[in-house]
Write a protein that binds this ligand. Structure first.
Ligand code: PLP
Length: 387
């Protein structure tokens, strides 16, 4: 038996996304920029997908919905930040201390000294007071605040961030990768100037994503070298990936209320773990969080020990974001929330999907008990382990 509790890293392919991908790869394989009729059909299909996505995102501007298809969120975040850093050589970027590395690293690279970190409270949310202090100086061109954190699941106060950005006439970039598929897409798109999504976080294949710009950010150019995507992002469009992404997002819309069941199961799981394993703590347990995410600080033993032993029992969990899991550096998210290195080394991230059953949550709670006994008794991992 295997139990997958790492949906914040990636999700399995949905049936609808797979069908859409196969249909497009077989029937619409020509280059949409070519000039013969078959290619025209591909180009039309691409625009149909853009229109469908615009509807899902609540964008009414049919002439130009400001949607750019990309290869994923890492590209969208990198290219957005590089664009603004070079277009505004005298201005600063303000970004939260808990951004994903695909925002944090390009911001350091391109803005360098012109980068200001927005403080984060111990509850995992950004400090709005600190953001306002930064914006009041009048030298910021871009604010980067994510919709929901991939490690802790904490939802950020994007409505208030949006109001502050409008008050100070600054563009708001929102990495909403963990939002799409779990909450109403229109709600986040209405708040930010640049909103980023990634297909593989909601049941579509890896290597596809989108970015939506408001009218004031429409001059954003991501990649040069071709006329595609209204010259905003050069490169042959990945129609199969795009069609699969749009179907997968469509599929999530009627099911959003089902996440409440995951929230109940997650809360019940956390209560069981805290009762059974004294010394365990829940990160941001009292904050507004994604309904599927639980970040635990285990009472003893390094998180890699827990991860290995859980893996041997068929449970896939994470120590943090997938991007940092192989690195020796502790989580910058937990560091910015004031956790000590010893606590960070004991952090486990558990993230479920819509079809994760109560029985699976119960089985995970039981497995954690067994692993705790194993670790307390100093037992070593049995059998072969392939990392
Ligand atoms: N932003 C967040 C919040 C994420 O969780 C991830 C993936 O882990 C990314 C960006 C990167 O997305 P992609 O895999 O599409 O490049």
């Amino acid at each position: 038996m295997s139990f997958y509790f790492d949906h914040n890293a990636t999700t399995p392919l949905s049936v609808a996304a797979r069908q859409a991908w196969l249909e497009a790869v077989e029937k619409f394989w020509q280059n949409p920029s070519s000039l013969y009729p078959e290619a025209g059909a591909v180009a039309r299909r691409l625009e149909d997908e853009r229109e469908s996505l615009a509807q899902l995102l609540g964008v009414n501007d049919v002439e130009d919905p400001g949607i750019v298809f990309t290869s994923g969120a890492t590209e969208s975040n990198n290219a957005t930040i590089a664009h603004f850093a070079h277009a505004n050589p005298d201005k600063y970027c303000a970004l939260s201390a808990i951004e994903h590395p695909s925002v944090d690293a390009p911001a350091s690279l391109h803005f360098g000294e012109r980068l200001i970190k927005v403080a984060v409270s111990t509850d995992g949310t950004i400090s709005l007071a600190n953001l306002e202090q930064i914006l009041a100086k009048g030298n910021v061109c871009l604010v980067c605040i994510m919709a929901a954190n991939n490690e802790t699941g904490v939802i950020q106060p994007c409505s208030e961030v949006s109001s502050l950005c409008r008050k100070y006439n600054v563009l708001f970039h929102c990495d909403a990768v963990q939002w799409f598929g779990k909450y109403d897409p229109t709600a986040i798109v209405a708040l930010a100037d640049i909103v980023v999504g990634s297909a593989h976080k909601f049941g579509a294949p890896k290597g596809t994503g989108f970015l939506r710009t408001s009218e004031r950010a429409r001059h954003l150019q991501l990649q040069s070298g071709g006329p595609q995507e209204q010259r905003r992002r050069a490169g042959t469009e990945n129609l199969p990936g795009i069609a699969a992404m749009v179907r997968a997002l469509e599929e999530t819309t009627p099911n959003l209320s089902l996440w409440e069941q995951q929230r109940e199961a997650r809360d019940c799981f956390e209560a069981t773990i805290v009762a059974n394993l004294p010394g365990t703590s829940i990160i941001a347990g009292n904050s507004q969080r994604l309904p599927n995410t639980s970040m635990l600080i285990m009472p003893s033993g390094r998180n890699l020990k827990w991860l290995t032993r859980l893996g041997q029992r068929g449970f896939s969990v994470s120590t943090g974001s997938a991007c940092s899991s192989g690195s020796e550096d502790g989580s910058h998210v937990l560091t910015s929330m004031g956790l000590s290195p010893s606590e960070i080394n004991r952090a486990l991230r558990i993230s479920s999907g819509l079809d994760t059953g109560r029985d699976q949550w119960d089985a995970l709670a039981k497995a954690l008990n067994e692993v705790a006994e194993d670790i307390n008794s100093g037992g070593s991992p049995a059998g072969k382990w392939i990392p």
